[in-house]
Design a protein around this ligand. Structure first.
Ligand SMILES: Cc1cc2nc3c(=O)[nH]c(=O)nc-3n(C[C@H](O)[C@H](O)[C@H](O)COP(=O)(O)OP(=O)(O)OC[C@H]3O[C@@H](n4cnc5c(N)ncnc54)[C@H](O)[C@@H]3O)c2cc1C
Length: 263
């Protein structure tokens, strides 16, 4: 019988699973290496979650945190390094569980040659405070979402897309145009050199100065070392192409129900 479940990751998938398990009377150990809400912490505006009015990602994260508190679920603020048979391993300790749900989300696709200093980041929340000019590299929803958020916050925002084609959905493209994002299509970033407090960004067409560079060129599944068949991967970590908070939440709920009802 499953009495204790370790949930690794407190993004939407992990939080939903943890709450549902708790409702079935199952003890939950919820691990998070950063903050509750996961990638949603970066979202400018979440408009596709029908039960809620459009709101910021940070507001949604606060709601997730509140629901954890309501359900008496504490966060274990530790990074999980491995899952062995019925043992969850962190840098500090080992935790015995009957089953594990791996809700660790995704990691960014990186461009190591551009990572010349700490002002080159892969998530909006890592942009240093006081950034007045931000360069963003990417052409998908995450790049455009970040560009709109930065621009509305008052930063001059330069968005560079390697190709002419922009993958972001139309409403985000329209919001970016309205917010005054400076769009540079078919302009690859070739080099980034720290230059005093600024970054000197050389593209295929020109040279620019910016305070920081946000790279959003895609993400891929992130999973700790697993040597156990007593676990399941849920949410974005599953590596499917369709990745949304609501899908991750549904996934978490479904897996929790399967554990509770099928053992
Ligand atoms: C800019 C942006 C805008 C978005 N806008 C929307 C939107 O409008 N609507 C929508 O539905 N979705 C949106 N999304 C997508 C949504 O955020 C993700 O699909 C969702 O957060 C995935 O949930 P998850 O729980 O599977 O993974 P994540 O949210 O990635 O959470 C994984 C968590 O696991 C933690 N973790 C990872 N490894 C470990 C480890 N080894 N030990 C401990 N903890 C670990 C991470 O720190 C993280 O908190 C957006 C995403 C971004 C980046």
């Amino acid at each position: 019988m499953i009495k204790t479940v370790g949930v690794v990751g407190a993004g939407p998938a992990g939080v939903a699973a943890a709450i549902m398990l708790k409702r079935y009377g199952i003890e939950v150990l919820l691990f998070e290496r950063r903050t509750v809400g996961g990638l949603l912490n970066n979202a400018w505006r979440v408009e596709n979650f029908p039960p809620l009015e459009p709101c910021t990602g940070e507001e949604l994260c606060r709601k997730l945190e509140d629901r954890l508190t309501d359900n008496d679920i504490a966060i274990i603020n530790e990074e999980v390094t491995a899952i062995r048979d019925r043992i969850i391993v962190t840098r500090r300790a080992r935790y015995k569980v009957d089953y594990a749900l791996v809700a660790t989300g995704t990691a960014p696709k990186r461009l190591p040659t551009l990572e010349t200093c700490s002002r080159v980041v892969y998530e909006y929340r890592d942009i240093p405070p006081g950034t007045e000019v931000i360069a963003i590299y990417g052409a998908g929803d995450m790049a455009f979402d970040g560009a709109v958020r930065a621009s509305l916050r008052g930063s001059r925002t330069l968005l560079f897309s390697r190709s002419e084609t922009l993958r972001a959905i139309e409403p985000l493209k329209a919001s970016a145009e309205k917010a005054g994002v400076e769009l540079h299509r078919a302009e690859s970033i070739l080099r980034v050199e720290p230059d005093e407090a600024l970054l000197k960004i050389t593209t295929s067409l020109n040279v620019y100065s910016a305070d920081a560079l946000l790279i959003c060129i895609g993400r891929e599944s992130l999973i700790p070392r697993i040597d156990s068949d007593r676990c399941e991967i849920i949410g974005d970590a599953r590596g499917e192409i369709y990745r949304q908070a609501s899908i991750a939440i549904g996934d978490g709920i479904k897996s929790a129900m399967k554990i509770a009802l099928e053992g």
